[in-house]
Each structure stands twice: as C-alpha cells, then as structure tokens.
Design a protein around this ligand. Structure first.
Ligand code: PFF
Length: 470
C-alpha cells in the first residue's frame, strides 16, 4: 500500500510546494502587522532567533518523520505508539481552525484584485475606510471567501503532484519581484528610514512574555510547522532528497519573504504617517496607497500584487486542506473527493463565523470573536505545542539511529550538525517552548485572552487523555 503513495514530480517541485506552503498570508499579511503590534525591532530579532534554532530544526524533524514513516501526521504518530495519536489529531484540528479564518483573508486578497480595477486607487484618502467597510460587511466578504475556498477545493481534488506543485512553481517569482518593487518605491518616500529603523532596531523595553510568544507563534505559523503539514509533505518525498538542505532552503525563502514584506510596508507606513499597530488591514491599505499616486501603471501593479498574494495564500491553504484531507483518507478511509468536500464544508461554516465576527456579529468567547479565537488558539497555543510534542516524540520515542539514517539517506550524505540538531530537538526546543508558552499565557491574562489560551491547553490535555480512541 505504501508504494502507491503519490510523490512529487521533481526536486524543484517539492521545494516549491513546501516553500509555497510556508510563504503565504503569514508572511505578507500577518508578519508585518504582528511586528507592528509587538513593537517592531525586538520582536523581529526574537522571531529570527526562533526561526533559525527552532524553526529549521522542527522542519527537518517533520520531513524526517514523514518520510521515515511514509505516512501523514496522524498515521506517523500512531504507527509508533497509539498513545501519541493525539499529537497528530491536534494538527488536524489546527488545520481546521486555521482554515476557519485563512480563506476569509484569502477572499479579501481575491476581492482586492477586482477592487483595484474598480477605482479603489482614485481616492487615496478613502482607502482605509473602504477596507474597514468591506471586511465588516456581512455579505460581501463571504462571497469572496467561498470563491477562494472553491479554488482550494479544485486544486486539492486534483491531488498532490498535479495540482499543488504547478501552482507553487508559477507564482512565487512574481510575488518576490513585486515585493521588491514595492520596497524600492517605499524606500524612496520621505521619512522612509523611520520605518526601516522601526523594523530592525530592537527596543528591548517592549519585550514581554506576550511578545516572545507572538514571535514563536509567528515562526511556527509562517513556516507551516507544528501541525503535521511538513510531515505530510515529507511523506510524499522520495528517498534521494537531502532533507536538511530542503529544510534550510524553505526556511530561508520563507524568512526572506517575511522580511521583504516588512521592508515593503513599514517605510511607506511611516512616510504616510500611519500607525505601526494598524492591525490586519495593513497590507490592504498600504499597498493600494503606495500605488495610488502612480496613475494607470499603479493600478496594474497593485492588481498584480493582489494576484500574487492570492496565489501565495492558495499554495498555503491547499497545504492546510491537504493535512485534513490526508487524515480523512488515511485514517477514515474516505475517498479524496469525499474528504475534500467534507473538510471544506466545515471550513466554510467556520469562515462564516470568522468573517461575521469582524463586523461584531456572532458568538463570542470571553469577549473575543471567532476570527480571533481561531487565530489565537492555533498561532499562540496549538502550533507551538504541536511542535514541542513532535520534538519530544522524535527525541524520546523514536530511535536516534533511525533518525540519523533518514536524514543522511542511509549514510549516503553528510549532516555535520546531527548531534547539535538532535540535542536541540530532544532537550532545548521542548524546554524553550514550555517556558515561552507559560510566560506568554501569563501575559495573556493582562490582555484578556489568557482564559482562551488555557482552554487551548485543556483541549490538548483532553486529546492526550483520549488518545487511543482518536
Ligand atoms: N505558512 C502559511 C503562511 O505563512 O501563510 C500558513 C500555514 C500553512 C500554517 C500551513 C500552517 C500550515 F500547516
């Protein structure tokens, strides 16, 4: 049965698909506003440290576990010990929760392709209000969300190598190019340097437990880690690939795009006199404002930007959907089509709640709306703890020599820092994540979200308790 597993068409295909999963709204939409909300430079520095020491190592671990077991996340855990099944199922839950808001934002990006042509740029002063009015509208964003989700369905129904791989290959270079263009344009504006300074000059007085946890969560979210996505992708990877260099390339590309997105946004923002803590509207306001003064050409560039953003989002959300679909296919024996339809229907309903919550409509948990609850649970709790569990599993439950064999392709290739990586995975990363999570949850109580985080931890505990039944 294992031999029938679909696999990637080519080496480039895998890197592009894994990088496609990593590079998405997390880099271009979330990173800039999260950096803005968390005080800038110090957050960025902590984020980079986490990416290098935790992100890369966790990614390599996910690839290795996935390829070794030749199974998606849940199956990989379960095949070793059914008490660990919960760690995989937690990843599936994260997939659902992230897909409970990601397509809402993907829908905004898609809508903006058309809004740009519809005269958005002709009244620069109104760009901020247009965004606010759009996302709080009860109907409009839902239509775009559904359109966006349908694109995911079409790609994932077609299967791994034919669908995801092609989408990944085409649009990444375009996105990179447009971000560079935006950066150059932004840097030439008056007062642009204040933005660069905000992004890269650390002010450690702004660091709290919440900031450190936000940086950790951002690293996991941006690199698509902690929920088994890269385990699933790794399981489709053939035995000749070099896992460590693949992980390094994907990590570097993802980080480069996030930093570039920051550099594209902040100089322009400071020049326009906007608040760095502008929130989720940041890209949707800054980019159109930046291109507004360029006339007709500006319209074309802005539209290209939102096309590229939509596609970057798509190559990420298909990987999220794929985690859930792989679970339904492997563990519940659904067909691919049935899995995709079941999963996306539930996701669409969650997205309706998330989108309505931005207009203040719908149920709240401790005063927080659905959009923020889904984001908070995954970004602040489930992904990081999922990564911690994976490291504990790999370090304490799997055989060290097996891991060595997997990473070195049975001794064919060298991985000079194996011992260092192994020590990080076995000891340093689990302890670090535990400390950061505890202090982050403590500061969560200052901003009123501590209770939701505690509920997240309780969910994990319940999952662990009923693991064998999952
Ligand atoms: N890494 C994606 C982004 O930055 O937009 C989001 C994501 C995809 C998170 C896949 C987790 C995941 F498994």
């Amino acid at each position: 049965m294992e031999n029938n597993r679909e696999s990637w068409g080519s080496k480039l295909g895998f890197i592009m698909a894994a990088a496609g999963s990593a590079v998405g709204l997390g880099n271009i939409w979330k990173f800039p506003f999260t950096a803005g909300n968390n005080g800038g430079g110090a957050f960025v520095l902590i984020y980079l440290i986490f990416v290098i020491f935790i992100g890369f190592s966790v990614m390599l671990t996910e690839f290795a576990v996935g390829r070794r077991k030749n199974l998606a996340a849940v199956g990989a855990y379960k095949s070793v010990d059914s008490r660990w099944t919960f760690a995989g199922v937690l990843g599936v839950l994260s997939g659902f929760l992230i897909m409970g808001f990601y397509p809402v934002v993907g829908g905004w990006a898609l809508a903006y392709v058309f809004k740009v042509f519809g005269g958005l740029l002709t009244d620069p002063a109104a760009i901020g209000d247009v965004f606010g009015g759009f996302i709080t509208n009860p109907v409009q964003p839902l239509i775009w969300m559904v359109a966006y989700l349908l694109l995911n369905v079409v790609i994932v129904v077609r299967g791994v190598s034919s669908g995801i791989e092609k989408a990944g290959k085409v649009l990444m270079p375009l996105l990179f190019g447009i971000l560079i263009l935006i950066t150059i344009k932004g840097l030439t504006l008056p007062n642009a340097m204040a933005g660069v300074e905000f992004l890269f000059k650390p002010d450690f007085s702004k660091v709290t437990g919440a900031v450190v946890l936000a940086a950790l969560g951002q690293a996991f979210f941006s690199l698509s880690l902690g929920m088994g996505c890269m385990i699933t992708y790794g399981s489709y990877l053939n035995k000749q690939e070099n896992l460590a260099s693949n992980a390094a390339i994907v990590t570097a590309m993802d980080t480069a795009v996030a930093l570039l997105a920051g550099l594209a946004m902040f100089p322009a923002m400071f020049s326009f006199g906007m608040e760095p803590a502008a929130g989720p509207g940041l890209v949707f306001v800054v980019v159109p404002s930046l291109f507004a003064e360029m006339g007709g050409l500006g319209v074309v560039f802005a539209a290209l930007f939102f096309v590229a953003l939509t596609v970057a989002a798509l190559t990420s959300s298909v990987s999220l959907l794929e985690v859930v679909v792989a679970y339904l296919m492997d563990e519940r024996k659904f067909t691919r089509v049935k899995s995709v339809i079941t999963a996306s229907t539930i996701m669409a309903l969650m997205c309706v709640l998330a989108s309505l919550s931005l207009g203040g409509v719908g149920p709240k948990l401790f005063g927080t709306g659905a959009f923020d609850v889904f984001d908070l649970l995954t970004d602040k709790i489930f992904l990081a703890i999922g990564g911690m569990l994976l490291c504990i599993f790999a370090g304490w439950r799997l055989d060290k020599e097996d891991l060595r064999k997997e990473i070195t392709n049975e001794g064919d290739i060298a991985f000079g820092i194996f011992e260092f990586w192994y020590a990080l995975v076995k000891y340093v990363i689990p302890v670090t994540i535990a400390i950061v999570a505890v202090s982050g949850i403590k500061s969560g109580f200052d901003s009123g979200v501590g209770a939701i985080m505690v509920i997240g931890v309780a969910i994990i505990a319940i999952f662990a308790a009923i693991s064998k039944k999952l």
